[in-house]
Design a protein around this ligand. Sequence first.
Ligand code: NAP
Length: 255
Amino acid sequence: MNVLLLGGTAEARELARLLHAEGISVVTSLAGAVADLHPPQGTTRVGGFGGADGLAGYLRGQHVDAVIDATHPFAERMSANAADACARTGVPLLRLSRPSWAVHPDAASWHWADSIDQAREIAGGLGERVFLTIGRQSLAEFADWGDRFVLARVIDPPDIAIPASWTVLRARGPFRIDDELDLLRRYEIDVLVTKDSGGPTDAKLAAASELEVPVVMLRRPAPPDRVRLVTYVADVMVWVKGLRVGVAGQRRRSR
Ligand code: NAP
């Protein structure tokens, strides 16, 4: 059984390990935009497919039996392309998207934004000193924000000209709550702007709550229609094992 795993997340790495351990042939696909310090187990391919058409061609050419979309919850284009290509080729698709912070105990106290523009507008009304943890790619949309102080935390170096009033902090989570408290205090942060990535980088939310720093939370894009969605790696394994039985039966019958 050939599985294509769309990766770029810790969950995808964990899935690659588990599938490999089950003897299932898995190719992890990475966008390649950022340096990957922990390459996944098994085979990897790097770079875009060339849209949904390119992905559909890849699925046919490589005889892919199943696609697991374990990309980041904000990787909207890749997920849409996967949905389109799988619908066209008839290859089963499962979307793994880690639990949203919408169920976090403090979620009701946050300012939820449907777009970066809205997040900017809300944050602008909440304070002058902003902590941005929205990923490198979205920084450009905050770059023309006047001389407001911005602390921008990113994993890889930003590819925009950084305004003079900004401080860029390069760090990879998860983070400890004490360190997050220290950061918020040291930079006298008035407002935290982040996105609903879910997962283990939530110490900043606890720290913001403790210091009564308001949080602007960018809502996740909706997943593509008619795609089966799960939130845990274990659910993906159940799905794959179920499919493997079907694929093995089909192969026996076609011999
Ligand atoms: P995106 O906007 O949905 O995708 C842009 C394009 O990049 C896609 O159309 C595709 O190119 C290519 N691409 C994306 N993921 C790919 C993958 N796993 N394998 C091969 N090509 C891929 O995605 P993004 O938000 O730029 O994220 C890029 C990668 O970083 C994803 O793999 C994601 O899991 C990871 N990541 C994203 C975030 C985030 O906040 N967005 C955070 C952490 C990690 P083609 O159309 O040419 O196929």
